[in-house]
Design a protein around this ligand. Structure first.
Ligand SMILES: [Zn+2]
Length: 131
């Protein structure tokens, strides 16, 4: 879905978003409480790309977004996050996971973007070039 804002007839900014999801296990280090034990989450989130709409009607090639989000899902799905190189010496918190997803996409897509990642219905984190 693209949102378009028009000011005085000039196109200012628009966004396009795409959802992703994966199920992973993790445990939290240096954390008192039940989250210090291994447990799982059905993570879901979305990436939002910000830019102007080109003459073809697009902000970004959605197939490129789809490809790199599939890599993110493949990396994280049914994984024990604490054992991944990606989270070596790092707690796989929802904040750190959203940052790593951002970094992965940013390696391939040179657009302003942000990641919003839900760990539970109530806990989510946003990381990106804009908020
Ligand atoms: Zn957890």
């Amino acid at each position: 879905m693209a949102l378009l804002f028009v000011l005085g007839g000039l196109e200012v900014i628009a966004t396009i978003s795409r959802n992703f999801k994966f199920s992973s296990a993790h445990r939290m280090g240096n954390y008192a409480g039940k989250c210090s034990k291994i447990h799982g989450h059905n993570y879901h989130g979305y990436v939002t790309i910000k830019g102007s709409i080109d003459s073809e009607g697009y902000i970004v090639d959605i197939s490129v977004l789809k490809k790199y989000l599939a890599e993110v899902e493949e990396m994280h799905d049914h994984a024990y996050l604490n054992e991944l190189d990606l989270y070596e010496n790092k707690t796989p918190s929802v904040e750190n996971i959203s940052r790593e997803i951002f970094r992965h996409l940013k390696d391939h897509i040179n657009e302003e973007m942000k990641i919003t990642l839900y760990e539970t219905e109530n806990n989510f984190s946003t990381y990106g070039d804009f908020l």
